[in-house]
Design a protein around this ligand. Structure first.
Ligand code: 5GP
Ligand code: ZN
Length: 114
């Protein structure tokens, strides 16, 4: 756990997010500012700033995150498709430096992204 990390506080339940899925290594909860009908964040319980850091330190949890995103998509009825996005670094729009995958779906999604 990293002090002053919002998502670590969600993992410890110091703050309770709107949880939709949980495993021993991952937690998934609804984004507070949804950008699509379904917008869920999937995070590792361990604190790592980026997906590359997580891959370097706990590679099996990267697979756990991908599996959790798939479970969320199935649970949310996103059989038509969904996007799994890891904004990485400030220029890419990362604002919370505890790695999180955005699971976005429930509408058609444009490509390329903005
Ligand atoms: P990023 O911009 O780092 O890729 O994504 C951070 C996400 O965290 C944003 O989509 C933002 O809406 C979400 N977020 C920020 N604060 C909170 C919060 O307190 N609760 C929840 N559920 N989501 C949050
Ligand atoms: Zn954290």
């Amino acid at each position: 756990m990293s002090e002053d990390c919002l998502f670590c506080k969600f993992v410890s339940r110091e703050i309770e997010p709107d949880v939709v899925h949980e495993t021993s290594t991952t937690l998934a909860f609804r984004d507070i500012n949804p950008q699509a009908p379904t917008h869920v964040l999937v995070i590792p319980k361990a604190h790592q700033p980026t997906i590359a850091d997580l891959a370097a330190h706990e590679p099996s949890v990267v697979a756990d995150l991908a599996a959790a995103a798939g479970a969320v998509a199935e649970q949310e009825g996103l059989g038509e498709g969904y996007r799994l996005v890891f904004n990485t670094g400030q220029q890419a729009g990362q604002t919370v430096f505890h790695v999180h995958g955005h699971v976005l779906g429930g509408r058609s999604l444009e490509w390329p992204p903005g």
